[in-house]
Write a protein that binds this ligand. Structure first.
Ligand code: MG
Length: 405
């Protein structure tokens, strides 16, 4: 029998740092509610996300590979869990609020359409086309689709679970983390509805909490790593090819130096494991140094400062090279592009049909249909909520054509 090694202790019960988000100082919920007796407000937010309908749908939504292409590829759900895991690891070491990181991470992709970015682009194009002939770069409020804004819409309005309000009534800090990007036009619209709220920083500057910044970076660390794994698993990338990318190649060399006979899947996994660890340590070191250098000692100081959670300059540059590699060789691989073309068509066809014939929508939606902008948004919400396979089935029902056999 193998001898067990005692775990190192001292990590589990540390208090929050002065710059961490503390529920005691939360800016609160939009609708006042009594506190829960056994959970903090951010733990409660996390639990509300896990119990939501949108969260369960993530299991059948595409990350890069369509859900039906194989059982072992990441879906939006497993991706979100990996983001939460990476984020919590860093949060604990930096004494940030792990519960808040987890709540943001599990909610960050709730607004994604079926079929990943192809679905989002198609839905955006459908809405833009209705706005009339406008400059393609121009930002038109109400006639666009952004997945970050949609994630916020899901937790603020679209979930129907509570007697007294729409949405999940999450804390400001969780909602702020979910809205990681926002166009100016959309920020102005949000600001009208909620003055000084989650959109204010996109208009007046300032940074979100460290937990929000961290979750954003954990997202990048997660997808860079799992897309290498899924890319090689799919056969669209070879291990040799990815080993030429400096960031990853270095860890392949390191794995082989320690285990000269390592090959195939175990070499891939060991290299990914080392890359994840090094990126996590790099973020911890760089962020701690930035916090110390700027003398950050409160959440208010975080909000006034520029971005503080970051990679070192070298890892930032190498991560960028890896992202570009994945874009060119995986996300734009002809085989991926071919599926995304069909996915775009499904979304486009569904949007057009529902808009013309709202009787095809479930009963609850039909009455919401006027004016045009409201109807278009309702259709966009309905399509954005779909899983890949539901969208495919709806398309077959309405058009009698099988685009994904
Ligand atoms: Mg993500």
């Amino acid at each position: 029998m193998m001898a067990l090694t005692p775990l190192s202790s001292g990590q589990s019960l540390v208090g929050l740092a002065s710059y961490a988000s503390d529920t005691a100082h939360s800016r609160g919920r939009r609708f006042p509610e009594p506190e829960a007796p056994t959970r903090t407000a951010f733990q409660r937010d996390r639990d509300r996300v896990i119990h939501s309908t949108a969260f369960r749908r993530l299991v059948y939504k595409t990350q890069v590979f369509l859900n039906h292409e194989g059982d072992l590829f990441r879906t939006r759900l497993t991706h979100s869990l990996e983001v939460a895991q990476l984020g919590r690891s860093v949060a604990r070491t930096l004494r940030l609020n792990e519960d808040l990181v987890e709540a943001i991470a599990l909610a960050h992709d709730l607004g994604h359409t079926p079929f990943g970015h192809a679905g989002q682009d198609a839905l955006h194009a459908c809405l833009r086309a209705l706005a009339g002939p406008v400059d393609a770069e121009q930002d038109i409020p109400g006639w666009s689709f952004e997945h970050n804004l949609q994630s916020l819409r899901v937790v603020d309005r679209l979930e129907e679970r509570y007697p007294a309000f729409d949405g999940l009534n999450l804390c400001f800090e969780t909602r702020e983390g979910i809205l990681k990007h926002c166009s100016r036009a959309n920020a102005e619209r949000l600001e009208e509805q909620e003055p000084g709220g989650v959109a204010a920083r996109f208009l007046r500057g300032g940074s979100p909490s460290l937990e929000a910044q961290l979750t954003n970076l954990a997202d990048e660390i997660a997808y860079n790593a799992h897309d290498i794994d899924d890319g090689v698993r799919s056969g669209l990338l070879s291990l040799e090819q990815v080993a030429e990318v400096p960031l990853f190649g270095g860890f392949v060399q390191q794995s082989l130096a320690a285990h000269p006979k390592l090959q195939g899947r175990r070499l891939l996994f060991e290299s990914i494991r080392l890359m994840l660890s090094e990126q996590v340590y790099d973020v911890i070191r760089t962020t701690q140094a930035a916090l110390d250098a700027a003398g950050i000692d409160s959440v208010d100081a975080v909000r006034r400062a520029g971005p503080l959670v970051a990679f070192s300059v070298e890892i930032r540059a190498q991560s960028q090279v890896l992202k570009t590699f994945l874009l060119r060789n995986l996300y734009r691989h002809p085989q991926v592009m071919e599926t995304t073309d069909r996915a775009r068509q499904v979304v486009n066809d569904l949007f057009t049909r529902y808009l013309d014939d709202p009787a095809q929508l479930p009963d609850a939606h039909v009455s919401l249909g006027d004016p045009l902008q409201q109807r278009a948004r309702m259709v966009a919400d309905y399509i954005a909520g779909m899983t890949d396979r539901f969208a495919i089935r709806e398309h077959e029902r309405l058009f009698g054509r099988v685009l994904f056999p």
